[in-house]
Design a protein around this ligand. Structure first.
Ligand code: GLU
Ligand code: ZN
Length: 304
């Protein structure tokens, strides 16, 4: 008999959960937290938490503490100190400086309205205009356009070619570093090699891959979890006031998150404590069981 093919466990797996502190965790963000945690732990990996507070205009006071307390109430313990983007601005500036030195960045003073008027995709209008790179918004010249990638859950993903070739913003006109830049710089600096997150981030993934290439770094694996939606096309989000999940009574929402992720839940699970429940989840988790769909409608918000 030929030997059975075995898959070696991924070595030195490093994963993360990267919430924006714009409100409390809701069921949708719990799914991303639990999915990334279970995949990391099922692969003997490290699970990191990064507070994505770069967009200070959207930060809600104390939401970070509330999110961290909630993770602990769900037995989602991180393995390294929590990182805050607002404490790492030098790191982002260093990356911008190095790209500037390579003449890969130009200033842009086009308004959102102007870009919308030409169809929503930026066509490089300011590239030859030599605007001041100290004051204007900054765009990165796209030299590593990525139009296709493989997702561990969603399969082969093709990206609109015009979008893939866009010189996208890496610094906004209000002086804030753009999410697209910082998320990649952070993932590189934290040595993240598998990214498990919600399918709402599939589209920006191609840009992020292009930046990993631009910065000469290995590209992590991506696994985009189905999004929890209230009705087709409407994801649960802080913006549409999805209710916060309970810190006092975490088991029902955790079991619902397990079910959402394709775990074989049963009625006896309610008898376990939260730590035992999470250990059960790690033991039963299998990325292949996750439905290969971009969204799943949930009938009610499992909050209590
Ligand atoms: N901070 C982003 C969010 O809360 C997630 C970013 C990521 O996982 O890459 O939507
Ligand atoms: Zn412009």
């Amino acid at each position: 008999m030929p030997p059975t093919a075995v898959t070696a466990p991924m070595c030195k797996y490093r994963g993360r959960f990267a919430p924006s502190p714009s409100g409390p965790l809701h069921f949708g963000s719990l799914v991303a937290a639990v999915g990334s945690y279970l995949d990391a732990k099922a692969n003997q990996g490290k699970w990191l938490v990064r507070i994505e507070d770069i967009d200070t205009t959207r930060v809600i006071k104390d939401a970070d503490t509330d999110i961290l307390n909630t993770l602990q109430a769900y037995a989602l313990y991180w393995d390294e100190p929590v990182v805050y983007q607002t404490q790492r601005l030098n790191l982002y500036q260093d990356t911008v400086n190095s790209l500037l030195k390579q003449n890969l960045i130009y200033g842009c003073n086009c308004t959102r309205k102007q870009i919308k008027a030409i169809g929503g995709i930026y066509k490089g209008h300011c590239k030859a205009l030599k605007h001041n790179t100290n004051t204007d918004a900054l765009r990165l010249i796209q030299t590593h356009a990525t139009t296709q990638f493989n997702d561990l859950i969603q399969g082969d993903i093709n990206v609109n070619s015009a979008l893939a070739h866009e010189d996208y913003l890496i610094k906004r006109s209000d002086g804030l570093f753009a999410y697209q830049l910082v998320v990649v710089v952070d993932d590189i600096e934290q040595g993240i090699n598998r990214i498990v997150r919600g399918a709402d981030l599939i589209e920006p993934t191609a840009r992020q891959i292009s930046l990993f290439k631009q910065l000469n770094n290995p590209i992590p694996e991506f696994a985009h979890l189905p999004l929890a939606v209230a009705k087709p096309g409407f994801k649960l989000s802080k913006q549409n006031y999805a209710p916060a999940i309970s810190k006092q009574n975490p088991k029902p929402a955790l079991i619902s998150a397990f079910e959402f992720l394709g775990l074989p839940i049963n009625a006896n699970l309610m008898d376990l404590n939260i730590e035992q429940l999470m250990a059960w989840g790690v033991n039963k988790f299998n990325l292949k069981q996750i439905p290969h769909v971009p969204e799943i409608q949930i009938s009610q918000h499992p909050t209590s």
